[in-house]
Design a protein around this ligand. Structure first.
Ligand SMILES: Cc1cc2nc3c(=O)[nH]c(=O)nc-3n(C[C@H](O)[C@H](O)[C@H](O)COP(=O)(O)OP(=O)(O)OC[C@H]3O[C@@H](n4cnc5c(N)ncnc54)[C@H](O)[C@@H]3O)c2cc1C
Length: 303
């Protein structure tokens, strides 16, 4: 498991393309505009090494038996869910801000369920693929941004009815070695200082929306990924030092970004389902008619 400093250093291994107010951000680890968000996320790594918080901040991987940061753990019990909420409250108290990793964790948990259920219905092998990915995330202690919200266009129309076909992230090419995706995800928390982006569909898809029904993961610096970092409260004051800018060390919100996928190649081992529409997830038994997006929301509740 990484500690806070190691997490910040780990960001130097990635070269994401990020723009803020028309200018390129060259180094996430060194940008004063991003610093409060990087510091808040670093707290999720730092506290995992504090014996006082070990029980809430860490877990045992059900896949490898190794000790992992709870932000990469798939809930196995009611106790895990309670600990997750305690962890979020602890981090809320320590940072007074958004520590950004909840959506990514919830995306991992949602995909763990949905890949299994899709395989049961269609005889595919998405779940094994996803488990391999999860082990990779756990072993390397990676921060994953959960990217679900499409830009959507006209809210009264389904994805295939939009005047611009790129209003929802979609598959534009299927190749022997993977797929090519195009579109954008909006307001994605912690995206710029994550290691990975985990993409899920934002709504239930119909037959004609098949190309929009896709879940996958790419590193933040995958070719064709461009991020536009959003404006934040008092952001310009950060450039003047920490005077008069509120919660200077950790910021106020999660540092949301627009993530553009400019024909991004995703190898099959990182595609977790594609063109599976009208799928009713197992959680429906408990939560009635939930599309995948809602699967993660029922798991929230700490910040
Ligand atoms: C701080 C912050 C952090 C976020 N982090 C993440 C993240 O990490 N990952 C992620 O995937 N998303 C994230 N989001 C996005 C969030 O999930 C969306 O903003 C939210 O789901 C609403 O979608 P929207 O912004 O497209 O608003 P809209 O869907 O445009 O909604 C705007 C308003 O229009 C109404 N409306 C929408 N559709 C219709 C309709 N058909 N008919 C009538 N009324 C309608 C809505 O009820 C609402 O009042 C974040 C957002 C914020 C603000």
């Amino acid at each position: 498991m990484m500690n806070g400093k190691e997490y910040i250093e780990s960001l130097r291994r990635y070269k994401p393309t990020i723009y803020f107010m028309g200018k390129k951000i060259e180094s996430v680890a060194d940008s004063p505009i991003l610093a409060p968000h990087v510091n808040a996320a670093a707290m999720t790594y730092e506290l995992a090494h504090d014996p006082k918080y070990e029980a809430v901040m860490t877990a045992t991987s059900h896949l490898t038996g190794e000790k992992i940061n709870r932000f990469t753990h798939i809930h196995q019990s009611t106790e895990d869910l309670v600990k997750k909420v305690r962890m979020m409250r602890l981090l809320g108290r320590k940072t007074g801000s958004c520590f950004q990793r909840c959506v990514g964790l919830d995306a991992l948990c949602a995909l763990y369920i949905s890949t299994y259920d899709i395989d049961q219905k269609y005889g595919t092998d998405y779940h094994e693929r996803f488990k391999e990915y999860l082990i990779y995330v756990q072993k390397n202690d990676l921060m994953a941004a959960g990217a679900m919200t499409d830009v959507k266009g006209d809210r009264s129309l389904r994805p295939h009815q939009q005047a611009d076909p790129d209003m929802y992230v979609r598959v534009v090419e299927k190749r022997e070695d993977g797929i090519v995706v195009r579109g954008a995800k909006a307001h994605i928390t912690g995206a710029v200082n994550s290691h990975e982006i985990v993409v899920l569909p934002t709504r239930a898809m119909g037959e004609k929306d098949k190309d929009y029904a896709v879940a996958f993961a790419v590193p933040v610096d995958a070719e064709g990924v461009v991020m536009i970092f959003g404006r934040q409260t008092n952001d310009m004051r950060r450039l003047d030092g920490d005077i008069d800018c509120g919660n200077a060390k950790y910021g106020t919100v999660g540092g949301e970004a627009l993530i553009i996928f400019n024909d991004v190649f995703v190898p099959w081992e990182r595609v977790f389902h594609v063109r599976r529409v009208r799928f009713r997830f197992r959680a429906r038994r408990n939560f009635r008619h939930l599309p995948q997006a809602e699967l993660w929301r029922v798991q929230g509740g700490g910040c």
